[in-house]
Design a protein around this ligand. Structure first.
Ligand code: SF4
Length: 324
């Protein structure tokens, strides 16, 4: 048997769309159907170039801030969440808002509000400048400080070391976040944990699947956009887990043939904002290079779904024929 014959793909499961992304994308699609184009969307609805372009073709207009939305128009807030200031600004401009913030991000916002009400200093582990971190910080700007990694714990200053709690962005590396929490706890032994994990099920499940397959992989390819936090983390997890190389690509056309030289096993996965059609494109391309055996590595079964935002559900219900 030649090396080419032994070429295979390990395909991570779960991968791709999570419940929060699915809900956000369907929200924009349903809003376009219900109210007609254009529908404005603040920021990328999810961090994926393909998804954004497809929705743009259907009449969505993506803006950075609500002041770019004409008064009275409809604006959808992305899955990453927004700060209360953004809601206030939208109200001032009399925009009709549909909030597609993932319920698991909303959960973190609520924890921030509760800790702030208890007048605690809150350490938010996350990436400065990421939309989710800006949204969560905006819930309690006087109480929250952002820490990116264990190395930054030294510089944290609080009012009362016995009254500190931590929260995190939902899409971080589980292992690195644990290290940051350990460093925080060394500094603040009475550190209070959030009531449940902030890193969401989808992030940790996708990381677990990559950890499982990485030791067997000469190369891991993660399909995802480079502004997608959870996708970038999957590359890091693959390398930490023992893969010889790992790359993030937006779509199959960006795969470089040179990566496949001397490679027998390629691991494939995708970030939580990636439609599976992009993974199937990559598998086709890999098959053309002799990687035509695909073995799924399943580490968890996901069944979670979220209902659409209530403001949209209300209008959809009103349109239903009587008695339906
Ligand atoms: S990655 Fe997690 S928090 Fe983010 S949208 Fe998906 S389910 Fe929600």
């Amino acid at each position: 048997m030649t090396a080419t014959n032994r070429r295979r793909v390990l395909l991570a499961k779960p991968r791709g769309y999570c419940a929060g992304v699915d809900r956000a994308v369907v929200t924009v699609e349903k809003a376009l159907e219900q109210y007609g184009a254009p529908i404005y969307v603040r920021k990328q609805i999810v961090h994926n170039t393909h998804v954004v372009r497809t929705l743009e073709e259907r009449g969505a207009i993506f803006v950075e801030e609500t002041d770019e939305v004409p008064e009275g128009a409809i604006v959808v807030f992305s899955a990453h969440g927004v700060s209360p200031m953004v809601h206030e600004e939208a109200e001032r401009r009399q925009l009709k808002t549909i909030d597609a913030t993932c319920p698991l991000v909303t959960k973190v916002h609520k924890e921030a509000k509760r800790f702030a009400k208890e007048d605690r200093d809150i350490i938010l582990i996350g990436h400065t400048g990421h939309e989710e971190v800006e949204g969560t910080s905006g819930e309690a700007p006087e109480h929250i400080q952002v820490v990116e990694s264990p190395d930054e714990v030294d510089k944290v200053n609080v009012r009362n070391p016995d009254n500190v709690s931590w929260l995190s962005q939902t899409t971080l590396s589980v292992d690195e976040t644990n290290q940051t929490v350990d460093a925080l706890r060394q500094k603040f032994p009475n550190l209070l944990d959030p009531p449940s994990d902030d890193i969401c099920y989808a992030t940790s499940n996708r990381q677990d699947a990559v950890k499982e397959m990485a030791p067997e992989c000469d190369l891991v390819i993660v399909v995802g956009s480079d502004n997608s936090s959870n996708s970038v983390r999957l590359v890091e997890v693959a390398l930490d887990g023992g893969a010889s190389a790992a790359h993030l690509i937006d779509n199959a056309s960006l795969m470089e043939e040179a990566w496949l030289e001397g490679v027998t096993t390629v691991g494939v996965t995708s970030g939580a904002s990636v439609p599976d059609i992009l993974v199937q494109d990559l598998l086709r391309q890999l098959a053309e290079h002799g990687f035509d055996t695909v073995q799924e590595i399943e580490t968890a079964e996901e069944r979670l779904t979220f209902s659409l935002p209530k403001e949209l559900r209300k209008d959809l219900r009103a349109e239903e024929p009587a008695g339906s």
